[in-house]
Design a protein around this ligand. Structure first.
Ligand code: AMP
Length: 149
């Protein structure tokens, strides 16, 4: 059965183009719709146990600005791959969990995500890719991304 809706997960780093190239090709081959997602981590997740409450005012506005900036970059990137602004989702949350959650909400049947070997063979999948695979109820295409060192 051909895929109907493909979701590409991108962190907006340089490897995003490689993930989107593969996702676009898969969607075109199947005649499927393509959506993209990028998840911005909340400060509490980035700084672990550090109490960010005293910084609340500036922390909130920082997160809002980060989401706005991610939205802008994601829309520009999405447009280059023929993906409409309403199908480019910039969200605040935990990357692996929220990628899986959005895939369920959108009724996606294939998630495309990057993997790399920057930390050796044992960690080939990368933390986000392996976390997305955990308990996921749809197909996942892990795209091996390459870097010019
Ligand atoms: P990592 O394992 O975290 O280095 O990331 C590998 C891949 O996971 C990236 O190429 C993206 O496809 C995906 N990914 C990582 N972080 C995010 C994020 N914050 N939002 C969406 N996708 C992400």
């Amino acid at each position: 059965m051909a895929y109907k809706h493909v979701l590409a997960a991108v962190d907006l780093s340089e490897e995003s183009a490689q993930v989107l190239d593969k996702a676009r090709a898969q969607a075109d081959q199947a005649g499927a719709k393509l959506s993209v997602v990028s998840v911005v981590k909340p400060l509490t997740q980035v700084y672990g146990g550090i109490d960010v409450a005293p910084l609340a005012g500036s922390a909130v506005s920082f997160e809002e600005q980060a989401i706005e900036q991610a939205e802008k970059q994601l829309r520009e990137l999405a447009a280059r791959y023929g993906v409409a602004a309403e199908d480019a989702h910039a969200i605040l949350g935990a990357p692996a969990h929220d990628i899986r959650e959005l895939a369920g909400q959108l009724g996606v049947d294939l998630i495309v995500i990057g993997t790399h070997g920057r930390h050796g063979l044992g960690l080939l999948l990368g933390s986000t890719a392996s976390a997305v695979l955990h308990g996921v109820e749809r197909d996942v295409l892990a795209v091996r991304v390459h870097f010019d060192d």
